[in-house]
Write a protein of this length. Structure first.
Length: 462
């Protein structure tokens, strides 16, 4: 409740201040707010967003700008005066600036790059030269490095001189005269060491590196496994190019998670917030999968048509079609979701396919038998309480039960193996979305169901 009152009072203070049109008063008010609070003011007051950024000190403006969503960033850059735009873009950290540029059309990037000073332009073009979704796009050249022959006193002087412009100083990087990375040492080790101690005496040679061409998802995994706030990025010849910090990796992880969730739901990944996506673009993103699934479902019609005579002779079989195909689709979707998530978290690899298959086969049998027994008792109860299913209800019950076991087992196997197959082929496992698995299992499930029914009821009802 107190947080709501505080938020309301901040908004009221802002409204009173902005109405005054007193530039000094507005600047003083905004520069004394938390960065996150200023961002919230921008979201809540779209008509004043450009004014808010323009009245902030340039350093704070850059800090606010880099945490805003892309639509707000685009509008602000579009509406800011050219001089302020140049100041803001030059003040942004190189990695955040590159992340913003790569979301813009190429003609807009060309114009904005011209506003950068020579040094910043060189860095930005260098980062944009790396492949999309590579670690090179995330790294920043703002870090502190020292040489192996330096003393601890030299290192501390270097930190005092350059740390202000560095992205982080938790870790200091040791290089040789060729610029090759030799080690990384935590700053606390330097603080606790004697001033005359040499850097090479503190080195242990144990360090983790990323390569500029590595995929960003690999970097995310490296951060998680090594519990680091920053990791160095090197070239193929081990030259230190820059560092990647944990804040950038968190953004990557959020984007990857959002993309996977959207794909699992049966749509292409959206590049921007849902409400900002134009309707026609949203239509194009969604219709492709719907068309694929629609055509896929026609195979279900073909499967049912091939067993038309069977259905005509034993009409009761048709009443259980929704139960059968939904059981297979649900078990397949469950397995696919678990495997896709485990792949994303690095808990499993393609090499584990046989271990996964064995687990899912056992799980599929257990779940199938449980549902199959329930299906049998539905037939049994329907006959005794409602006089349904005729004199051969026991045989029908066994046919339904066995079919459920087969369909659930098949759905589980398909749901667990298809993401691994797609991963092996170099595709995104998330594209084996739950609707796709469900459609595939629908068709095969009907074939299993009618085949079992035919074998079980042949000579009795067929």
């Amino acid at each position: 409740m107190s947080a709501e009152i505080e938020a309301i009072s901040l908004q009221e203070q802002f409204e009173e201040t902005i109405i005054s049109e007193d530039k000094l008063k507005i600047q003083d008010f905004l520069n004394h707010q938390n960065i996150s609070d200023v961002a919230e003011l921008i979201y809540d007051n779209e008509e004043f967003e450009t004014q808010i950024i323009a009245h902030l000190s340039i350093h704070r403006a850059a800090s606010v700008f880099k945490i805003l969503e892309l639509p707000e960033q685009k509008r602000i850059i579009k509406n800011l005066p050219p001089f302020t735009t140049a100041e803001l873009l030059n003040e942004l950290p190189p990695d955040d600036r590159t992340a913003f540029f790569e979301e813009l059309p190429s003609n807009a990037v060309r114009e904005l790059v011209k506003t950068l000073n020579p040094d910043e332009r060189k860095v930005t073009l260098s980062l944009l030269g790396y492949p999309e979704n590579s670690v090179g796009r995330l790294m920043t050249p703002d870090y502190v490095y020292v040489y192996e022959h330096d003393t601890v006193a030299d290192v501390l002087n270097t930190i005092r001189k350059y740390a202000k412009s560095s992205e982080t100083i938790d870790v200091i990087y040791v290089i040789n005269d060729k610029g090759e990375l030799l080690d990384d040492i935590r700053i606390k080790d330097f603080i606790l060491a004697a001033p005359d101690k040499k850097v090479d005496e503190m080195m242990d040679g144990r360090f983790i590196t990323l390569h500029a061409e590595d995929d960003q998802e690999m970097a995310s995994e490296a951060f998680k496994m090594n519990n680091r706030v920053a990791l160095p990025v090197v070239s193929k010849s081990n030259k230190l190019l820059g560092i990647v910090t944990i804040d950038d990796i968190l953004w990557v992880a959020e984007e990857e998670y959002t993309e996977d969730i959207q794909k699992i739901g049966g749509t292409e990944a959206l590049d921007e917030p849902y409400l900002d996506v134009p309707l026609l673009k949203l239509y194009r993103k969604r219709i492709i999968w719907l068309l694929i699934l629609f055509v896929g479902e026609t195979l279900t019609i073909a499967a049912m048509s091939s067993f038309q005579k069977t259905l005509e002779q034993v009409l009761v079989l048709s009443t259980f079609i929704p139960l059968i195909i939904s059981s297979g689709g649900n078990s397949g979707s469950q397995a696919a979701t678990l495997i896709i998530q485990a792949l994303a978290l690095g808990e499993i690899t393609i090499a584990d396919w046989w271990r996964i298959a064995r687990r899912e086969i056992i799980s599929g049998i257990l779940m199938g038998v449980t549902l199959g027994i329930l299906g049998y008792f539905i037939i049994y109860s329907g006959h005794h309480f409602f006089n349904l299913f005729g004199e051969h209800y026991i045989r029908i019950g066994f046919a339904i039960g066995i079919a459920v076991v087969g369909v659930v087992l098949w759905g589980t196997i398909m749901g667990s193996m298809l993401p691994l197959l797609l991963k092996r082929l170099g595709a995104d496992p998330a594209t084996s979305s739950t609707p796709f698995i469900a459609t595939l299992v629908d068709v095969t499930g009907l074939l299993i169901y009618f085949s079992v029914a035919y074998l079980m009821l042949r000579g009795v009802l067929l």
